[in-house]
Write a protein that binds this ligand. Structure first.
Ligand SMILES: Cc1cn([C@H]2C[C@H](O)[C@@H](COP(=O)(O)OP(=O)(O)OP(=O)(O)O)O2)c(=O)[nH]c1=O
Length: 196
């Protein structure tokens, strides 16, 4: 029996959870999550929890007994401004224009719900990684947008793809930038003996 349900449509999150050897099912939250938080850590944890709770509510008490439902959310933050996924190429351009030649932070929040003997346990975490992006020419930004990579990603870039050419260095967990801080997630699952 698979004991983990990943509440995510993100192909990156699926790959990363598979990479560390976790067997899981996928159920996707179909609602638009809205946060009322003000701090990045608070926002990503709240959105991650809403995704996990959406899935939990679709299951009966019996179906979720002994299982962990995992939600995650990633945002990019620069000068106190939150960058989610770009809504079009023009927004992707202005995001990338702002990120190039400077540093910013990526926050991923995770929320794990564990259902046992009719009770619910919840572990929420937020991880921050600093990312230093090299200066880019307008031509480089346009070519990157034309590659199609920015559109489904927070901050309009993916560190794991072509954008790697512009990443000078990072401080913190690489996997957190891609969308799932697997070290942090593994520690949570281990606490509930899910990794055994
Ligand atoms: C910064 C960055 C983000 N991303 C991705 C991770 C996330 O999939 C996405 C941020 O959007 P999210 O809203 O966190 O997640 P999602 O809509 O893709 O999936 P779901 O809500 O169903 O879990 O950006 C990268 O792939 N690489 C990067 O370098």
């Amino acid at each position: 029996m698979k004991r983990v349900i990943l509440a995510s449509a993100s192909p990156r999150r699926r790959e990363l959870l598979t990479q560390i050897g976790i067997d899981f099912d996928v159920m996707v939250s179909e609602q638009e999550e809205v946060s009322h938080g003000t701090e990045p850590e608070e926002i990503v944890q709240e959105l991650a929890l809403l995704k996990a709770e959406y899935v939990a509510e679709k299951l009966t008490e019996e179906e979720r007994e002994g299982k962990v439902i995992l939600g995650a959310d990633t945002i990019v933050v620069q000068d106190g401004k939150i960058l989610g996924k770009p809504r079009g190429e023009a927004e992707a351009f202005s995001m990338l224009q702002g990120l190039q030649g400077r540093e910013h932070a990526v926050y991923t929040g995770t929320a794990a719900l564990y259902f046992t003997r009719g009770k619910r346990e919840c572990v929420k975490k937020a991880v921050r990684t600093k990312v230093y992006v090299h200066a880019m020419t307008e031509k480089e930004i346009r070519a990157y947008i034309a590659s199609g990579e920015p559109m489904d990603k927070a901050g309009a870039y993916g560190i794991q793809g072509k954008f790697a050419a512009f990443i000078e260095r990072i401080e913190g967990d690489y996997y957190n930038v891609v969308g799932l801080p697997v070290f942090s997630v593994y520690q949570t699952l281990k606490k509930w003996h899910i990794t055994e």
